[in-house]
Design a protein around this ligand. Structure first.
Ligand SMILES: [Zn+2]
Length: 156
């Protein structure tokens, strides 16, 4: 075994290979409840920590600051503010999309969290950081219990 230590911080290690960037997000208990409420009632649920005054959306079971279990569920607004956005040209597999899609990180009102989702009803020139948007849900019969039950966010 070699203990050849790299003591030069400027010397980079070089690895050849593929980096796996795909992963499956396991929503867990809090996610199950979140997606069920979205599918069945069209509501965005959040959990909140009263000690830290943090409202988590997507909801978490434990406060990441004080580690208390979070059992206070609240219905969040389905509106928010565009925090950042980008124009996406390829799908997750690197295939070119027929039309580029505007994707934004939306801070959900009255929470400390947000969602990454499609922006609709607005083009790149009109999209602005700070614009207020609202979730546009799919028809209830078409919802599957996933984030795509929100079709997109659109300006109010
Ligand atoms: Zn806390």
């Amino acid at each position: 075994m070699s203990f050849d230590k790299n003591i030069n911080p400027m010397k980079l290690h070089h690895l050849v290979g593929d980096m796996e960037a795909d992963y499956i997000y396991t929503p867990g208990v809090a996610g199950d409840k979140f997606f069920k409420a979205l599918r069945d009632e069209g509501k965005l649920l959040a959990t909140s920590c009263e000690t830290c005054k943090i409202t988590y959306l997507p909801p978490r079971m434990y406060c990441e600051r004080c580690f208390s279990e979070l059992d206070k569920w609240i219905e969040a607004e389905s509106s928010g503010v565009v925090d950042s956005f980008t124009l996406v040209h390829e799908d997750r597999d690197g295939k070119k999309l027929p039309e580029p899609v505007l994707v934004a990180f939306i801070r959900i009102d009255n929470t400390d969290g947000g969602l990454i989702h499609k922006l609709g009803g607005v083009d790149l020139d009109a999209a602005k950081i700070g614009m207020t948007v609202k979730a546009v849900l799919k028809d209830k019969s078409k919802r599957t219990g996933g984030l795509t039950d929100i079709d997109h966010f659109a300006p109010e």
